[in-house]
Ligand binder design. Structure first.
Ligand code: SF4
Length: 351
């Protein structure tokens, strides 16, 4: 059996930042109750590990006692929630990913310029709820091309589309093409809203999955970008399976025991869960580990302003703190074996 580890996989800078925010607050104020509005990131293990450390996750700010600290998750919130937090005298620390905030800013700007916004995404996803809330009177959510005939359009020449950051690039392009065909003058955002992490993880699966017997994606069922990775492999004709951790493996997926498996992880899945799966395959199927480098990522974020202010109020220096995700180091101890680089046909020139 061969396990091909896709690079990049797993944590993006936005998820790393959101987790760091909660970690920092727990370190600075260990005795103070800490509330997080919605799951900090969509991963069961991350949430459970924080719950074990005393963090309370809420779906309504009414559950947060007045005066408490509340963290807003990486997916972003609508201004209404920000106002509610103020009204309840909560100290809000905003862990919204800067790439989601960028979409919020665009929604506000286009709404102020009188555009109607067609927001491509999943209407119940927290990110879409948050973005919608920045221009609710001028935004309509488009989940698929089938929604287009039902849109209420005032002026087809004053339309813009925006997208959820974690969509399938292929699905989004299908919807965008349908929008352009119906509304030829629809405005495009200046740059892609689907984020670098989503695009790169999908590109790696698109490139490698055709050369594998199956794809295993580590991630939770409510993680949009993780689910999209399984869909991409299935669209290519390679079975794709999503699992939270090693306990979700099903031997029926690899009946011969000699399969070539692409192993990747959604942007909110911790690497130790990937390592556990590698170790299982090495120990039980004599698997060899291989690394397929497709893209290098060098995105770096600063800490959120609200966290910096909290750190300052507690005398904690934040001057040189940046958030960056380094590629994981494969060790025989954690993964069961070391991994050897694999040459991937069709790899982009840029790497
Ligand atoms: S998936 Fe993209 S938008 Fe979402 S947190 Fe990560 S970097 Fe930010």
């Amino acid at each position: 059996m061969q396990i091909i580890l896709a690079n990049p996989r797993g944590f993006c800078a936005g998820v790393r930042m959101a987790i760091d925010v909660v970690d920092q607050i727990l370190a600075i104020l260990p005795d103070q109750p800490l509330y997080v509005y919605h799951e900090i990131v969509h991963n069961r293990h991350i949430v459970d590990r924080f719950v074990d450390r005393g963090v309370v996750f809420v779906d309504s700010l009414d559950e947060v006692p007045s005066g408490s600290i509340v963290v807003f998750s990486a997916h972003g919130i609508s201004p209404t929630i920000r106002d509610q937090a103020k009204a309840r005298n909560l100290r809000a620390i905003d862990a919204t990913c800067p790439l989601v905030t960028k979409v919020h800013s665009r929604a506000i700007r286009y709404a102020n310029q009188g555009y109607q916004i067609l927001l491509i995404g999943h209407k119940d996803h927290q990110e879409i709820v948050g973005t919608f809330g920045h221009a609710p009177n001028q935004t309509q959510v488009v989940e698929s091309a089938a929604d287009i005939p039902n849109l209420a359009i005032d002026d087809p020449d004053k339309l813009v589309y925006l997208t959820q950051t974690t969509l399938s690039v292929d699905d989004a392009n299908t919807i965008i093409a349908a929008l352009k065909s119906t509304f030829p003058n629809i405005k495009e955002p200046p740059t892609e809203d689907i984020c670098y992490a989503t695009t790169n993880r999908q590109a790696a699966v698109r490139l490698i999955s055709a050369q594998c017997d199956l794809v295993i994606v580590v991630g939770s069922k409510n993680s949009s970008n993780s689910v999209r990775l399984t869909e991409i492999s299935k669209n290519i004709g390679t079975p794709g399976y999503l699992l939270d951790d090693v306990s979700g493996l099903d031997p029926a997926w690899y009946p011969k025991g000699t399969e070539r498996i692409l192993l990747t992880a959604g942007a909110s899945a911790p690497e130790d869960l990937v390592a556990d799966i590698c170790k299982h395959f090495v120990e039980h199927h004599s698997a060899t580990l291989h690394i397929a480098d497709v893209y290098e990522e060098s995105i770096e974020f600063g800490l959120p302003l609200s966290l910096k202010k909290l750190m300052e109020s507690q005398g904690v220096d934040h001057k040189d703190r940046r958030v960056r995700v380094e590629p994981p180091t494969i060790t025989a101890d954690a993964y069961g074996a070391i991994a050897v680089p694999l040459t991937i046909a069709g790899k982009p020139e840029s790497l």
